[in-house]
Design a protein around this ligand. Structure first.
Ligand SMILES: Nc1ncnc2c1ncn2[C@@H]1O[C@H](COP(=O)(O)OP(=O)(O)O)[C@@H](O)[C@H]1O
Ligand SMILES: [Mg+2]
Length: 401
């Protein structure tokens, strides 16, 4: 049997475990990545049959040039599958599939996983509770919204990630000022009700529309606060069978089919308001960023990147089942550090299973069969890291890791 040729798109460096798993499954693995990463990225070359570079501006590729480049490649390669490893690569992956007529998620379904307005509308149609929202398009509709829904509101670009470009708006006057500044860009934004509360994420593996694995976790401070005001980023697995965990997984089983995910992985976020109601916040058809895959692996033994590769290779034609997950608990902590190479050797708890090695960052994962122990350790370590390393930085104006 000729091996499956899989083309992976990665404008940012990520998904090493995905590439390796594809190779282990016997695929021919091609990688298209950003030229600006050529010298710095440490791709697992042993897993790649070939690597190609797109000229980029801040990791963005010209759409037509990419279509030309891959069409050229397709003169000599029969490409069976195209996979986007980063959120920012989803649209071009869909365009390439449509252009080369390669099966997989096309442009219209991709919209529900990339465009925050499309996912809001589809989620609401599918019966999910969502924050009240309006497209920044029609003046009368926007006015009707601002008169009906009290501020603060969140003003969001429809297709960004990592809380980039998201603004909290406190009044109609503030909104008008943004509106004037946006000009013709305004239709690329939506406005929605701010729901104060806790933010959660459910990370899933889906095969033929069935959710075969899902794990629910809770962010420490809401990601928006961490990226805008600084502070330590944390997340931890929720206690299995607890009220919130059960409610989140239930909502997740309604959310993913509503949005139309056939197979793959998904990182989907929810807010729990002060009165305990769950709201659908956003979804994606990819592995969660910010080391969340490492967190989930520490608690469950499931490597989402590797499972995603198996799902893609099985492709609806062969049976797929994830390994039996471990029932442990885990927590993740990541902070900017004032030291260039922060020394965490004084952190000796045996539950620490992973440490981040990155300049001016400190990060750790703790894991234990005990939920209480993980919770206690997370509190302890957050306070210690705050005292030993913590540094704040201005909000990013462009995508980070
Ligand atoms: N409607 C909302 N109410 C309250 N907080 C919100 C709302 N929308 C977004 N946020 C905050 O902003 C963060 C980023 O928003 P999100 O829609 O998840 O975009 P991103 O793709 O940047 O993660 C969320 O994690 C949350 O902290
Ligand atoms: Mg988010």
């Amino acid at each position: 049997m000729t091996p499956l040729t899989i083309l992976c798109l990665a404008s940012y460096e990520k998904g090493h475990d995905f590439l390796r798993a594809c190779k282990r499954q016997g695929c021919r693995v091609l990688l298209l990545t950003s030229l600006s990463l050529k010298d710095s990225a440490r791709w697992p070359r042993e897993a790649l049959d070939d690597i190609f570079y797109m000229p980029d501006e801040n990791k963005q590729w010209d759409h037509n040039q990419t279509i030309f480049a891959i069409s050229h490649l397709a003169r000599t390669e029969r490409i069976d599958k195209i996979v986007a490893l980063d959120d920012f690569d989803l649209e071009i992956a869909a365009s390439l599939r449509e252009h080369l007529r390669i099966p997989g998620m096309g442009e219209s379904t991709t919209r529900y996983f990339r465009d925050k307005l499309a996912m809001r509308m589809r989620g609401a149609e599918g019966g999910l509770r969502v924050p009240a929202f309006v497209h920044l398009l029609n003046d009368a509709s926007v006015r009707e919204f601002t008169e009906r829904v009290p501020p603060p509101w969140m003003l969001k670009p429809r297709s960004m990630a990592g809380a980039i470009g998201i603004k909290k708006v406190n009044s109609r006057e503030e909104l008008d000022a943004f509106d004037r500044a946006f000009g013709d860009e305004r239709s690329f934004y939506l406005l929605e009700q701010f729901i104060p509360g806790d933010v959660f994420h459910v990370d899933s593996i889906v095969y033929e529309k069935e959710i075969l694995f899902a794990v629910a976790s809770q962010y420490g401070r809401p990601p928006m606060e961490v990226s805008h005001d600084g502070g330590i980023f944390t997340s931890r697995l929720l206690e299995r069978g607890s009220e919130t965990e059960t409610a989140l997984r239930e909502m997740n089983t309604r959310a993913l089919p509503a949005l139309g995910l056939l197979r793959g992985v998904s990182h989907t976020e929810y807010i729990r308001s002060k009165d305990g109601e769950l709201y659908f916040l956003e979804t994606s058809a990819r592995v969660g960023g910010a080391h969340l895959a490492d967190l989930i692996e520490a608690g469950t033994g499931i490597n989402l990147w590797a499972e995603w590769a198996k799902v893609e290779v099985a492709g609806g034609k062969a049976p797929y089942a994830p390994p039996e997950p471990r029932g442990d608990y885990a927590a993740l902590l990541v902070s900017l550090a004032k030291q260039q190479s922060p020394d965490t050797s004084a952190y000796t708890d045996p539950e620490i299973t992973w440490r981040l090695s990155k300049d001016h960052h400190v990060g750790m994962i703790v894991a234990s069969p005990s939920y209480e122990r993980v919770t206690e350790l997370l509190h302890e370590l957050t306070a210690r890291v705050q005292a030993d390393f913590y540094a704040s930085a201005p909000a990013p104006d462009r995508p980070g890791a």
